[in-house]
Design a binder for this molecule. Structure first.
Ligand SMILES: N[C@@H](Cc1ccc(O)cc1)C(=O)O
Length: 516
């Protein structure tokens, strides 16, 4: 951990990449030691304390929560209120977020509270940072947020952990947070009257998941381009489909980028158009038009996700300068909901694209002279061997499942909490679906990678063609650990291995300045 870069949390914007680096434990974080920053945070907390003393009425501090806003809470009881908030929201269900996701959630909440508009104490920020430093990760169930009123229920597990009442994973073990704090000589945090709401009433869960999703999708757009180039060459496709002149007249930058990548990979200028077919099928010919949609969506998705990440997204919001408490709905995750619903569709289209390419590769009616199911078996072994037949069936299943999940989540808004929350974002569901679609698509891509490498190798046996250095290194890298499938063998372990390599972003594909 010593040589890791350290990312400063302050009032400066964070990027998706920074959140991902901290989530993957490739970078550490630290709170800025800027005195003005610290003072501004503390001024917010002091202002709220003063307001409480002077006026005695603040939403969520001296009133019940949400629809219970009309229920006054006596001043001698306001200190109990945030603890109740964490407790009655302790009703999450479903799988728990993993370590990576939980770190991302911690950073997202910390960044939002560092805005200085939530009226929390400096101590609270320090405690959040301390959890990250010591890798004490609250165990957070993933289900139960409607994504407006923020991610109340999942974030209650963060607030609950800070006060010693929930479980955390620490050094690989699930333990009560109070026990861990005791062992470390820490005391559990005492939440100030508004601090329960400030931690929970925001979009940190969906935003954290969105950062992780964006990062995976960006990589997929590159790998999908590389695999398409291999497939085009393996099918003896027409390189002119990716020509510069052709794409000049359709000025979507992302699409042009993908066309350039594929064109460079197949060294299109050196190769003549196929004599047999003037035009390839759409899953090859239109690949820049499919992958390009994802590429072109990435910049605005980044802007939306980073805006949310760097926002104050709770309620009420404090304006320290004007000494004002403003009541609003910044916990509403509509932007992340749309971003994730959009990304879901764009990514699932990548799964579908590769599933269609697989169909072309397997079938002797379409694969221009490659063996059935890409089996490399020869002579009398041919009849016995079935090559990638079942892998293609798997791709069809994973693709169907991915496509099925693209149903937008945000349109399933329902009125809840006595009609106070009568319109909600469902952004957290959208983000979770997006991650699942990414996994399914990465599975399809893992299978497509092996099939494309096998197909290209079989094509090379038929007639050698010059490969660019980049493509040669890439194919050699896979071939080093992947024997051509001649005699049938169970491929699960290999598919899982390459899936993990894809998820770890094994190859640096194309120049990084092309980053969206
Ligand atoms: N998000 C609500 C507050 C709230 C908190 C907890 C609840 O259970 C319900 C509502 C608001 O700011 O208006």
């Amino acid at each position: 951990m010593t040589n890791q870069p350290s990312i400063t949390i302050s009032q400066q914007p964070l990027t998706i990449e920074q959140v991902v680096a901290i989530a993957k434990a490739k970078a550490s974080s630290k709170l800025s030691d800027d005195v003005a920053f610290k003072q501004q945070i503390q001024r917010g907390a002091d202002f709220l304390a003063k307001l409480l003393a002077d006026e005695g009425v603040i939403y969520g501090v001296t009133t019940g929560y949400g629809d219970s806003v009309t229920v006054p809470v006596a001043l001698d009881k306001v200190h109990e209120l945030p603890v109740h908030l964490t407790r009655f929201h302790g009703c999450g269900m479903g799988e728990y977020f993993d370590a990576e996701q939980t770190r991302a959630i911690l950073v997202a909440r910390l960044r939002s509270l560092a805005h200085g508009a939530s009226g929390v104490s400096w101590t609270l920020l320090e405690r959040l940072q301390a959890l990250l430093d010591a890798d004490i990760l609250p165990l957070i169930p993933s289900e139960g947020s409607v994504g407006a009123s923020g991610d109340l229920t999942p974030l209650s597990y963060l607030a609950g952990a800070l006060i010693g009442e929930r479980d955390v994973i620490y050094q690989g073990q699930q333990q009560r947070s109070a026990e861990v704090f005791k062992a470390l000589g820490w005391t559990a945090l005492q939440l100030k009257p508004k601090e329960g709401l400030a931690i929970m009433n925001g979009t940190a869960v969906m935003t954290a998941l969105a950062c992780l999703a964006w990062h995976r999708a960006e990589y997929l757009s590159r790998l999908s381009s590389r695999i398409t180039a291999l497939v085009s060459m393996a099918l003896d496709g027409n390189p002119q489909h990716f020509s510069e002149a052709l794409f000049k007249v359709k000025p979507h930058l992302g699409q042009q980028q993908v066309a350039t990548w594929i064109r460079d990979d197949i060294a299109a200028t050196q190769h003549q158009r196929s004599q047999q077919r003037l035009q390839d099928r759409y899953s090859v010919r239109c690949a820049p038009h499919v992958i390009g949609v994802l590429r072109d969506a990435l910049p605005w998705l980044r802007e939306t996700i980073e805006n949310e990440l760097n926002s104050a997204n709770d309620n009420p919001i404090i304006d320290v300068e004007a000494e004002q408490v403003m009541h609003g709905g910044h916990f509403y995750g509509g932007h992340i909901a749309l971003a994730m619903d959009t990304l879901k569709t764009a990514v699932a289209n990548i799964a579908d694209l590769h599933d269609r390419q697989m169909a072309l590769l397997m079938d002797t009616k379409f694969n221009h002279g490659l063996p059935a199911n890409l089996s490399a078996a020869e002579n009398d072994r041919k009849a016995l061997n079935h090559g990638f037949k079942a892998v293609q069936i798997g791709c069809s299943a994973w693709t169907a499942e991915a496509l099925k999940l693209t149903m937008p989540a945000s349109v399933f808004s329902r009125s809840t909490e006595c009609h106070n929350q009568d319109k909600v974002s469902m952004g957290t569901i959208a983000a979770r679906d997006c991650l699942r679609i990414l996994t399914l698509t990465e599975q399809v891509v893992s299978a497509s990678l092996l099939a494309a490498v096998q197909a290209l190798s079989l094509r090379q046996q038929r007639h050698q063609r010059e490969l660019t250095d980049d493509v040669k290194h890439f194919v050699d890298d896979v071939r080093e650990q992947f024997d051509l499938v001649a005699e049938d063998r169970p491929l699960e372990a290999e598919l899982r291995y390459w899936l993990s390599q894809i998820q770890q972003q094994r190859w640096s594909l194309y120049a990084k300045e092309d980053m969206s």
